[in-house]
Design a protein around this ligand. Structure first.
Ligand code: BGC
Length: 775
């Protein structure tokens, strides 16, 4: 007999599917996350159509990426510069509610008898499918099938198709499809800072609502942020159902359909959403209505088939195929697809820490984007990478304003945000993470290097680089002798150590930010001097400032301990007592939920890699022995309490030849959400770790590095895998790789030519050529 926990977490191993094979009420909340669908613009949690929340088992969710409400941020004790507003992605009025009665019995999995059950996320098609056989209390057998599609082709549209067959050929059906007119569900847990935040007020005000036949449209405005959300819904049924009525109440519009003496029916529900945050500034309501008209004209089958084609294209570019481990294969595909579904694509929105799967971390955008998600996008879907960075450019003015509040020049990007304003209420692990500036600059640099999108560099990138460079110059300072540049009072990526002087990660990444700003200025001087001149004039940027950037990165101070031969995480890190891991029981992790921050800050203990991460990102600046010493020291005191940790640990363990360790960390990342490793999937998936899966494979096991625009590989795939295959897009070239235990095959699938190195030896492939190299 399986234990309850096993039943809750178990999905059968299938390389292209995630299937819930049993109806388990305790797993519904978690699985509403796992079964979310999204298209970068909107997302729908996997709530069940027939559940109106009365069984309390799971909360539904309809989100528009970056659509938020604000409320005053309440502090027990405030201080200057603390963000005065909280922002949270809103859970919008649900449009997926469909319930029906067979004679007098309501279709509900809480009553009657479930004869067979499956709910499947089909990753190859990007669809959520339910297939249930149920006996009603009065003995009628109902075969229920539903297909849910959040269109990856049409960002504002979703379709829900329900098909029912009955054992009784003369049953009476009453079906109610509901459009909610208010937000109905929010999830918040005050004891855990990682969950979402509810609002004390009803955040949406209904402005306008229309209904015509079996269609509706409504427009809402958020009370505080002043944003407009419009949705529309419509239905198409087969001849067995007849539209009876539309009843508008205060909270919902109920569309009722009936069928008399029938043996089954089909109903398609069409849903559209538009907002004032869209690029198109025309009326969201009119656009939502127009989108609805368009998709209804196309019909559900066409919408679903064009979506399928799109998903096939995604896999063609992005799949990572593993022969020899279906369980990991399943985890990886789930991760890659979740990231793809969550990433904004219009330059107006980004990718939230929990994607479009839940309200955890309030829908905020963090450094997770640039460091953990963008690499996957650079090499598979570079257009999306460019748009995610364009979003950063769109909040540059807000970042300038934040720098001013923080007494700095240039721009300081918010640690966490939706609208560009800083939203971190706990500054030691929020605002103090100035490294966000360097992370975004790093993202710009890598994007330009991989995709050669120089237009982006000229129109957006250079300004980001110059303004972030300016911030470092005002935050840091030169030693009296002028031979060291210091940066004090910051927090690095490791949030178990806060507000320190000369955090190694921050300093080296700031140096890289400054250096790349200088390189960019030099490059534009040579190639686009006119445009550079205009930009410098607009920013009032003097040549002397650029000279100072050069001096700062050349003299950046990096704390080192000669005795141990390791970089110090910050000036004082090694002076602290080492955390007593031996006497800390398992149930005291994550430490952040069991110890006051001060207790943690006083010790050498890491939530996530800091020095080790820097030595991955900027690995060509450090010799292997140095990386090994640093890894050995810091890995031993890293708890991995952050979901962002294991992928980095895995990559560096791979690089250093610790292959078993690399594999162990990799497993944690690859199936983190499917197995609910951290126990908090109900709040949403862990997007950074999902992007990190791609990094662990491509940069870890395939040993890919891309420094100064040159690709190199150092493959060593896990012993239990037969092979690993994937594609990488670099500028106009697409390189196909197939790695086995014995050899590695490289093939140039698109483009003219590519040069790369394999274990230090250089190769050049021309169009259509391939090479097989013995390992
Ligand atoms: C991590 C941060 C991360 C945030 C959102 C925190 O637990 O420590 O590095 O940005 O989660 O994913």
């Amino acid at each position: 007999m399986k234990s309850g926990t096993d039943r809750i977490s178990g999905f059968p191993v299938e390389p292209w599917k995630i299937t819930e094979t049993e109806y388990i009420p305790e797993a519904l909340e978690k699985n509403a996350t796992i079964f979310f669908l999204g298209n970068g613009y909107m997302g729908i949690r996997g709530g069940r159509e027939e559940a109106d929340g009365s069984d309390g088992a799971s909360h539904k969710g309809l989100f528009v990426n970056g659509f938020y409400e604000t409320a005053p941020q309440i502090y027990g004790e405030s201080a200057f510069g603390f963000p005065d507003k909280k922002q949270a992605m809103l859970n919008l009025p649900d449009q997926t509610d469909i319930c029906f009665y067979v004679n007098a019995d309501r279709f509900s999995l809480c009553d009657g008898e479930i004869l067979s059950y499956s709910r499947t996320l089909d990753l190859s098609e990007g669809l959520l499918l339910r297939d249930i056989k149920w006996r009603s209390p009065s003995g009628i057998i109902v075969e229920y099938k539903s297909t849910r599609c959040v269109s990856l082709v049409r960002p504002h549209c979703a379709v829900l198709s329900v098909q029912v067959r009955l054992s009784e050929s003369h049953a009476d059906i009453r079906l109610v499809s509901k459009s909610w007119l208010k937000t109905v569900s929010h999830r918040e847990d005050k004891s855990d800072p990682r969950t979402g935040a509810g609002f004390r007020h009803q955040p949406l005000e209904l402005q306008d609502v229309k209904d015509e036949g079996s269609s509706m449209s409504a427009e809402f405005k958020t009370l505080n942020s002043g944003l407009v959300f419009a949705c529309a819904a419509g239905h198409q049924t087969d001849e067995n159902l007849e539209f009876l009525s539309c009843v508008k109440g205060d909270n919902s519009i109920d569309f009722t359909f009936t069928g008399t003496g029938i043996s089954g029916f089909k109903i398609d529900r069409f849903i559209t959403c538009c907002t004032s945050t869209d690029v198109d500034k025309s009326s969201p309501l009119i656009r939502a209505e127009k989108e609805l008209e368009d998709i209804q004209n196309e019909g559900a089958d066409r919408i679903i088939s064009e979506h399928r084609e799109h998903v096939a294209g995604f896999w063609e570019r992005s799949d990572l195929q593993i022969e020899g481990d279906d369980s990991l294969q399943q985890g990886i595909r789930f991760n890659l697809f979740s990231v793809y579904q969550s990433a904004g694509r219009d330059g107006r929105r980004n990718i939230a820490a929990k994607g479009l799967s839940g309200e955890g971390y309030e829908g905020h955008y963090f450094w997770d984007t640039e460091i953990y998600v963008l690499p996957f996008m650079f090499y598979t879907n570079p257009g999306i990478a460019g748009k995610l960075l364009e979003y950063r450019y769109s909040i540059l003015d807000a970042a300038r304003a934040r720098a001013e509040i923080m007494n700095e020049s240039g721009a300081l990007f918010p640690w966490r945000t939706i609208n560009g304003e800083e939203a971190s209420a706990y500054f030691p692990a929020g605002t103090a993470q100035y490294h966000i500036n360097a992370d975004i600059a790093y993202g710009v640099q890598k994007y330009v290097e991989v995709s050669a999108d120089y237009d982006f560099l000229i129109t957006c990138g250079a300004e980001i680089l110059f303004e972030t460079a300016r911030m470092w110059m005002s935050l840091g300072f030169f030693s009296p002798e002028g031979d060291s540049f210091f940066i004090n009072g910051v927090t690095g990526p490791d949030e178990y150590t806060a507000i320190v002087n000369n955090n190694f990660f921050t300093n080296i990444m700031a140096a890289n930010n400054l250096e790349y700003a200088v390189i960019t200025a030099d490059f534009l001087q040579k190639t686009e001097s006119g445009k550079l001149g205009q930009l410098r004039e607009r920013l009032k940027l003097k040549v002397s400032e650029i000279d100072a950037w050069r001096r700062a990165f050349e003299n950046m101070y990096l704390p080192y301990n000669a005795e141990l031969g390791i970089y110090r995480q910050d000036d004082a890190f090694l002076l602290k007592e080492i955390w007593d891991f031996n006497t800390t029981p398992e149930d005291k992790y994550p430490l952040l939920l069991h110890f006051h921050p001060l207790v943690i800050y006083r010790h050498q203990v890491l939530k996530q890699p800091d020095v080790v991460l820097a030595e991955f990102l900027l690995g060509n600046r450090f010799p292997p022995e140095q990386k090994k010493r640093d890894f050995d020291y810091y890995n031993a005191i890293t708890t991995g309490d952050s979901s962002l940790a294991p992928c980095v640990q895995s990559i560096m363990a791979s690089e250093l030849g610790y292959s078993d360790l690399a594999y162990d960390y990799f497993i944690k990342t690859a199936r983190m959400d499917l197995d609910d490793v951290n126990g908090n999937v109900s709040d949403g998936v862990h997007i950074a770790a999902m992007g990190g899966t791609w990094l662990s494979i491509v940069c870890g096991f395939a040993g890919m590095r891309d420094y100064n625009g040159f690709l190199s590989f150092n493959p060593a795939i896990p012993k239990r895998w037969k092979s690993l295959s994937f594609h990488l897009k670099k500028e106009a070239e697409v390189l196909g790789l197939r790695l086995s235990q014995a050899e590695t095959e490289y093939e140039l699938l698109e483009g003219f030519s590519i040069t790369f190195s394999h274990k230090g030896e250089e190769f050049r492939l021309k169009s259509g050529e391939s090479v097989v190299i013995k390992n």
